[in-house]
Design a protein around this ligand. Structure first.
Ligand code: SAH
Length: 355
């Protein structure tokens, strides 16, 4: 039994079943035994790999996007560049390398990192070697425009699950079975807890909500509406949807979400429709697939430029990375990109379906 398993079991015995959000939060962020608090989960030796870890091409395109938005909003002399869940700091490093090639941009940037994991804070400090500062949330960023990014951040935030059984909504919770294993089971909604608002759904349907993501996006977009800037979130998910998307990954293998608590990464698909509904009315959102976003920003041309006159090992690597990031059967379609910009600002680049 892992230490976290023992802790969760004691919690359930003392206070009753854990709802999914609390289970996810404890698994990922328990101060002593939480998954992110105790390790660097990224890369081939870890549990999963992300777009910035695949190739610098990804961070370069995000850097160009940020630079274009900055110029479109009048190239302010000071702008806060905020990253949510920066992992090893690789995306920020590649963004800053790109920013140095754009006149005035890198000089304007103040870097802020929002990261819970002490292990990853250390990794970020090593890879950035810059004056980044670590904070707990957007409220700590001093006044001024903000450029915010988050890659595979929203999917790590705790979700709540609800299930309709015989026309009554229950919360999906984690219980301890007679044989001591963790199992899912329905629990009554507490007084004051509202069921999710949905159109009519078949009995048994599971519906998810991510109040933490909605709060973060609500607060951030209010700030963007008031003081300018933009945000870009990249993650797997859909515009809408029902069903159970809670998933666990360990050593690049999918696991049951109740096995190895604290030793497996737990995520859920992002419901971008619900997230964009939380955006402040003075902001607009744009939405597309990662493949289309990167292609529109010129990732193909950039890969070709990097490959020019290089040995075959490098050109083959670049082609493979480009394929992984953009192909429909790789990350190109499953991963989505959502931007948030003030209504009064020009439309951001990278969204080919804009009319
Ligand atoms: N963006 C990185 C890492 C993605 S993994 C990349 O693309 O490689 C998720 C990241 O979010 C990790 O850095 C993790 O420690 C961080 N994280 C998870 N929950 C968080 C929370 N509630 N607040 C801040 N950071 C969080």
């Amino acid at each position: 039994m892992t230490k976290l398993q023992a802790f969760l079991q004691a919690e359930i015995e003392a206070h009753g079943p854990l709802d999914i959000a609390r289970y996810m939060e404890l698994c990922l962020s328990h101060p002593k035994f939480g998954y992110y608090m105790t390790r660097d989960p990224l890369g081939s030796a870890g549990d999963f790999t992300t777009a910035p870890e695949i190739s610098q091409l990804f961070g370069e395109m995000v850097g160009l996007w940020l630079a274009q938005v900055w110029m479109d909003q009048g190239a302010p002399a000071q702008v806060h560049l905020v990253e949510f869940g920066p992992g090893r700091g690789t995306l920020m490093r590649d963004i800053l390398n790109t920013a140095r090639r754009i006149r005035g941009f890198s000089e304007a940037l103040e870097v802020w990192l929002i990261e819970t994991s002490p292990v990853l804070r250390d990794a970020q400090s090593d890879s950035l070697q810059t004056n980044a500062r670590w904070i707990d949330g957007i409220a700590e960023v001093p006044s001024g425009p903000i450029l915010a990014i988050g890659n595979e951040f929203l999917d790590a935030l705790p979700i709540q699950q609800y299930q309709k059984i015989d026309e009554i909504w229950f919360k999906r919770t984690v219980k301890v079975a007679d044989d001591g294993r963790f199992v899912f089971g329905p629990s009554k909604l507490q007084p004051g807890e509202a069921p999710p608002e949905t159109p009519p759904l078949p009995d048994g349907t599971i519906v998810e909500a991510c109040p933490t993501a909605e709060n973060i996006v609500g607060q951030l977009s209010k700030r963007l509406a008031d003081q300018g800037g933009a945000a870009l979130f990249i993650d797997y998910g859909e515009m809408s949807g029902t069903g159970d998307t809670l998933q666990a990954v360990r050593a690049h293998q999918s696991q049951h979400p109740l096995e190895h608590p604290g030793d497996a990464d737990l995520t859920a698909h992002v419901n971008f429709g619900a997230v964009s509904a939380a955006v402040h009315p003075d902001c607009v959102t744009h939405f597309t697939e990662q493949g289309a976003f990167l292609a529109t920003l010129g990732i193909g041309q950039r890969a070709a430029a990097l490959a020019k006159d290089k040995p075959e090992t490098i050109t083959r690597d670049l082609a493979a990375s480009l394929n992984r990031l953009t192909a429909e059967d790789q990350m190109g379609k499953l991963f989505k990109v959502m931007s948030i910009t003030p209504k009064k600002a020009p439309s951001p680049p990278g969204f080919p379906n804009d009319t």
